[in-house]
Design a protein around this ligand. Structure first.
Ligand SMILES: NC(=O)c1ccc[n+]([C@@H]2O[C@H](COP(=O)([O-])OP(=O)(O)OC[C@H]3O[C@@H](n4cnc5c(N)ncnc54)[C@H](OP(=O)(O)O)[C@@H]3O)[C@@H](O)[C@H]2O)c1
Length: 436
């Protein structure tokens, strides 16, 4: 009988319970794929008495998940508690230092401390696997690290937060405002009580910085992602984008630009409604990879939830089980050893050339458009189209401009000048138009 893979699971929430259910319901299928049975030895969470809807009576309960790090019975520890600091970080660090393989779904931990953790994993020669940390059920980590290993990656685009995509989709389909749709998403359990991590773009930016390190072989640096969330998107923006033939998506971009610089941006963008990525609606995620030999590849799937995320954790469990005797087996955390990751030279908005969507809230008085276009001209920005929405002698109206190809830094500077005009009543909303 082949030696089983003995696991400890720290965290029995959505994802942890999902993993237990798969292991309980499909032991033979998993054993066949893993080359050995997978046995849960111990579990841990905060509340030992909580009804989790699963039977955990066969597993030892540990009040302190950190004990798993030194537990000689365990072949691998599965960290599913979450959080970039505290117990999750302690547990993962202790495991790696003790030479114990770790599987985690914790994107915050990876984004904030990935480099140190990768170095620890390398020096202890143990795997740190995190397929579930990015885009839930989409196997993007293995795809980038292994499937596209023969390519120089030029760019990655991603819809990486299901909550934002759900909100933007609902706003478009129902014409409702952001706050209204967010409230409903919270009631349905699609958004957290404190939604800021999601709607302010942080969660998606964590994931983008992980993908960027993997794709470009550079040290991950979450602080170098320019982040803008979706709170300021109005029903009017959605309607105007639709009128112009676009969808609004919270879109991540990590791209090589001139002189080897890399830009990382997470911001709402307009994408063509008939492009494959424009059709990714609701809670779905998508990642588009541009490699020099493979061309463009788009992966679409559920980015969160018990089943999809547990599915990704199981792929790591099978991976560890298959390579138990050869711990690293070509799987450094970011595809190459941590010491070989390069220091990226990060680019900024001055490196981005694109068409832009600009929405202005202005008083409808003679000369306002002339003042606006004069400022744009002074920043070398030429206008492709102008749409005025509504007419009112005393209420602000929306004017939507789209530009020809312009530099993002010029557009931002011009809009700051436009915001200071007397007849302009709110900060302009600026979004990149991305053609796929
Ligand atoms: N949910 C998703 O769709 C999804 C998708 C991708 C990645 N992830 C990642 O997966 C991880 C888990 O997410 P989740 O949605 O399953 O979270 P969750 O439902 O909030 O569950 C967290 C679990 O961890 C336990 N826990 C938290 N702090 C702990 C501590 N200090 N000591 C012991 N146990 C502790 C909790 O215990 P109690 O149950 O006793 O409170 C709970 O069982 C996170 O890193 C998350 O970012 C989640």
């Amino acid at each position: 009988m082949t030696k089983p893979l003995r696991v400890g699971i720290a965290g029995l929430g959505n994802v942890g319970c999902g993993v237990v259910k798969i292991l309980q319901q499909y032991p033979d299928m998993i054993a066949a794929r893993a080359g050995r049975p997978v046995e849960i030895v111990c579990v841990s969470a905060r509340d030992a008495n909580k009804d989790r809807g699963i039977d955990i009576s066969a597993y030892e309960w540990l009040d302190s998940p950190e004990r798993m790090a030194g537990d000689p019975r365990l072949d691998v520890v599965i960290e599913l508690m979450g959080g970039a600091e505290g117990t999750a970080r302690n547990l993962v660090e202790r495991c790696l230092k003790a030479g114990k393989p770790v599987i985690t779904a914790n994107k915050a931990l990876l984004a904030e401390h990935g480099l140190e953790l990768a170095a620890m994993a390398d020096s202890s020669v143990v795997p740190l696997l995190y397929e579930a940390a990015v885009a839930g059920g989409i196997p993007i980590i293995k795809t980038l690290r292994e499937g596209f290993a023969g390519n120089q990656i030029n760019a990655i685009y991603g819809i990486l937060n299901g909550t934002c995509n759900y909100i933007l989709t609902e706003m478009r389909e129902t014409g409702r405002a952001f706050d209204d749709v967010l409230k409903e998403a919270q009631q349905k359990g699609y958004a957290e009580a404190d939604p800021s991590f999601d709607v302010d773009g942080i969660d998606a930016a964590h994931k983008l910085s992980i993908l960027s390190a993997l794709a470009f072989g550079v040290k991950p640096d979450f602080s170098k992602v320019d982040i803008q969330g979706i709170r300021h998107i109005t029903a009017d923006d959605i309607a105007c984008a639709t009128q112009l033939g676009y969808r609004i998506k919270l879109l991540g971009m990590a791209r090589r630009v001139a002189d080897g610089r890399i830009v990382q941006r997470m911001e709402p963008c307009l994408v063509p409604e008939h492009s494959p990525i424009g059709a990714v609606d609701g809670v779905y995620n998508a990642v588009l990879i541009e490699g020099n030999f493979v061309g463009s590849s788009l992966l679409v799937g559920r980015g969160a939830g018990e089943g999809p995320t547990a599915s990704a954790v199981l792929s790591d469990i099978v991976d560890v089980a298959r390579h138990l005797d050869k711990p690293l087996a070509g799987r450094p955390v970011y595809g190459i050893p941590a010491l070989e990751l390069e220091d990226a030279v990060w680019g900024g908005p001055e490196d981005i050339l694109a068409h832009f969507y600009i929405r202005l809230s202005v008083l409808d008085k003679p000369g306002v458009l002339a003042d606006v276009t004069a400022i744009l001209r002074d920043h070398k920005i030429s206008v492709e189209s102008v749409i005025q929405r509504g007419r009112s002698p005393d209420q602000p109206v929306s004017i939507i401009l789209s530009t020809h190809e312009s530099r993002q830094s010029d557009v931002v500077a011009a809009c700051s000048g436009i915001a200071d005009l007397d007849l302009v009543r709110a900060e302009p909303t600026v979004m990149r138009i991305v053609q796929f």
